[in-house]
Ligand binder design. Structure first.
Ligand code: AMP
Ligand code: GLY
Length: 416
């Protein structure tokens, strides 16, 4: 079996590593991959980016399965394009990917199917938004409708910040179209949880719960990032939380996917807020989370290629998903300055000295040496019998890695 895996992050390195463990897989082409996938067994990086180039490659190279890591190609409709040509690809249709690609579309879907979520209103003009915002109580949340590389959500403490945000999104158009429409949403206070799941359109099979750590500094201070570390399972996902997630979020979502004929075979990621008033859905993503994948797949005992094939063959209801006992933790090492500007090109040492596993993200190979090539550079993932053991192992591994300006948080798994 030859697989084409699209994407270049730590998530994709973890997916490639996991899929390579399937004995029937002979080759995984990573487009474009990174320095980690370049060195992973059975993997080969290919410099292809555009959907049309990827389609041509899949046809000409006898690819049995294409797996899409990031959201952008899914929202652009890569799954529809591949299916039209009779190719086997794992991911939602363009229409279903709207659940991530448009916040207004996903909130309307949640409302229509009674998925528990924050109150909201949608606006397409700055004046209308501002007169609404004058009457709101604060804090309030403003979200750009379209994809904005994780920067499209602002929690506004007062009207002045809300006004500034509307100006940036709608008038100055900082997201080049993505913020021309906004969702203004009730602020929810609580603890977040990520539940990555797989669906074949008939069943949604949730994976073990995870917890991301989004802010750059210890104690959840500083600006949001793509994620500075994660643990699984999420200690706040108690039995009661998971029961209300199933009843108030998962089941109504599945009903909606079916009633809207969404053609959704792929990953559905539920971003939850666990509050005193119950469990709310903040957002759907239609791909795996990064860095949640680097702990969830590290705990997964079942074969990932088998699960994906079961989803594509609509056999998920019979799939017996198995997990390792215990906990996993990953700690992200970032370039100095991230999430604002940073320099790249520094040599990285110690990647091969760790006891558990390094998943590379912003890493490339230069004359066969690893060098930094992004904001989030890599993470160390580890498994332990307890959460404390997993945390200790991930931290003892990250201390073996070095590059100039390397920064990581010291409290992953230890704070809310
Ligand atoms: P989203 O892309 O919708 O997940 O938003 C990104 C981040 O913004 C979330 O992970 C939360 O930390 C925060 N956020 C989003 N919506 C809300 C809300 N209604 N109340 C409080 N925080 C929120
Ligand atoms: N770590 C959050 C995300 O992947 O969206």
């Amino acid at each position: 079996m030859k697989i084409l895996l699209i994407g270049a992050g730590g998530r994709e390195h973890a997916m490639a590593w996991k899929m390579a463990q399937n004995p029937e897989v002979e080759k995984i082409y990573c487009a474009p991959g990174n320095g980690g996938t370049a060195k992973e067994g059975k993997c080969e990086n290919i410099e292809l980016y555009k959907n049309c180039e990827l389609l041509k490659f899949a046809k000409e190279n006898n690819i049995s399965l294409t797996v899409v890591g990031p959201e952008a190609p899914l929202v652009e409709g890569i799954v529809d394009e591949f299916k039209k040509e009779g190719l086997r690809i794992f991911g939602p249709s363009k229409y279903a990917a709207g659940l991530e690609g448009s916040k207004a579309f996903s909130k309307d879907f949640m409302k229509k199917y009674n998925v528990k979520t924050a109150e909201y209103a949608v606006f397409t003009d700055a004046e209308g938004s501002l007169s609404y915002l004058k009457k709101c109580s604060y804090p309030i949340v403003i979200k750009a409708d379209g994809l904005a590389a994780g920067k499209g959500v602002v929690i506004c403490e007062d009207y002045a910040v809300a006004e500034e945000t509307i100006k940036a999104f709608m008038v100055d158009d900082v997201f080049k179209g993505s913020g021309k429409k906004v969702v203004i949403e009730e602020y929810l206070e609580g603890v977040e949880a990520s539940i990555l799941s797989i669906t074949d359109g008939k069943t949604i099979l949730p994976f073990v719960s995870a917890k991301d750590h989004k802010q750059i500094f210890d104690d959840n201070k500083g600006p949001n990032t793509g994620g500075m570390g994660a643990i699984a399972p999420n200690p706040y996902c108690t039995k009661e939380v998971l029961e209300s997630f199933d009843k108030d979020i998962l089941k109504p979502t599945l009903k909606g996917i079916q009633e809207e004929n969404m053609d959704f075979t792929g990953i559905i990621f539920f971003g939850l807020m666990i509050t005193k008033k119950g469990v709310y859905l903040l957002e759907y993503n239609v791909r795996l989370g990064d860095p949640e994948t680097q702990v969830v797949l590290y705990l997964m005992k079942s074969d990932l290629v088998d699960i994906i094939n079961a989803a594509l063959d609509k056999r998920l209801s019979d799939f017996d998903l198995q997990w390792y006992e215990g906990n996993a933790c990953c700690v992200v090492a970032a370039s100095k300055g991230y999430p604002a500007s940073y320099k790249t090109g520094y040599e990285i040492t110690g990647i091969n000295d760790v006891a558990d596993k390094v998943f590379c993200a912003g890493v490339k190979l230069k004359n066969d040496a690893y060098v930094t090539d992004g904001g989030r550079v890599l993470c160390t993932s580890a498994r332990g019998k307890s959460l404390d053991e997993a945390i200790d192992k991930a931290y003892s591994d990250i201390k073996k890695v070095e590059f100039e300006g390397m920064y990581y948080r010291h409290d992953i798994g230890k704070v809310k």
